[in-house]
Design a protein around this ligand. Structure first.
Ligand code: AMP
Ligand code: MG
Length: 267
């Protein structure tokens, strides 16, 4: 997809100036869904090879403000993949046991094993943004974390994990509509949390914090993508394509057959 959602390493992310609605080459929703089905089929094939090869892995890090649609993307992009071989981990505020370790401890344990696609629904990036915005630690502590992220992700890539980072860029108005829906629709009410309204009041400041950390951590080895998130089919197609391209670059191969298998007849 020619890197159109990419945050060029060394350049400011400028999330607030990016489109929240458009950016994929699809002729409306129906065409978008048709293309998504095609990309999913490709993804399934690549995933199958990754699983068979069992020497490398992929990690999709999904971030975005409340109601940007992280859960929905996971549902729609990964439909049709073999659940054996996909590992989804959602990061909440750390427990007391987790807080008794360094902040990467729980994240490291949650990584995909060789052959798997791992999905992080939120991630270590909250250890910068949430910690900074909620004042959970002083600036010396969170300010040096982008450096840790760069180095840690470098190690993962060196060791065979493709690291794909996506920020779902939802507009303030679309977030309002979705949060209202969580109030009004009994089927969505379970997702509503009053704390989200406090965060919403500081929408622009949160976006600025994300802009800062994304700018500092979009690297050649683990670049960020900022994806328009106001429409579900647009973001699903964009994320599926970005992941698919990363797996194509990884180019997983079926392992060679063991000696003596060629031409063997099973009695
Ligand atoms: P949700 O994704 O809606 O279930 O919400 C998870 C909540 O956990 C969000 O409010 C996050 O900001 C919070 N959270 C996740 N990771 C951390 C972290 N490392 N430090 C503080 N809060 C976090
Ligand atoms: Mg939430």
């Amino acid at each position: 997809m020619d890197g159109r959602f990419l945050v060029e390493p060394g350049q400011r992310a400028r999330i607030a100036r990016r489109d929240t609605r458009d950016g994929v080459d699809a002729d409306g929703k129906e065409d978008g869904h048709r293309q998504l089905a095609e990309v999913q089929a490709k993804l399934a094939g690549l995933h199958n090879r990754l699983w068979a090869e069992a020497t490398r892995s992929a990690l999709l890090i999904l971030q975005g403000l409340d109601a940007s649609g992280k859960d929905g993307v996971i549902r729609s992009v990964f439909t049709g993949l073999n659940p054996q071989g996909v590992r989804v981990v959602s990061f909440k505020a750390p427990t007391s046991n987790e807080r008794a370790h360094d902040y990467l401890w729980r994240v490291h344990k949650a990584l995909p094993v060789r052959g798997e696609i791992g999905i992080f629904n939120r991630s270590h990036y909250e250890d910068y943004v949430a910690v900074r915005m909620l004042g959970l630690a002083p600036k010396e502590v969170w300010g040096r974390r982008p450096g840790h992220f760069r180095e840690w992700e470098r190690m993962l890539v060196d060791e065979g994990t493709a690291v794909v980072k996506v920020f779902l860029n939802v507009s303030k108005d679309e977030q309002r509509r979705r949060l209202q829906e969580r109030v009004d629709d009994p089927a969505k009410r379970w997702k509503f949390r009053a704390e989200d309204l406090e965060v919403r009041k500081r929408f622009d400041d949160y976006l600025q914090a994300w802009d800062d950390v994304i700018t500092e951590t979009s690297t050649e080895w683990a670049p960020w993508h900022v994806v328009p998130a106001d429409r579900n089919w647009v973001k699903a197609l964009a994320v599926a394509e970005i992941l698919c391209e990363a797996l194509e670059r990884l180019d997983p191969r079926m392992p060679p057959p063991a000696d003596g298998i060629e031409g063997l007849t099973i009695e």
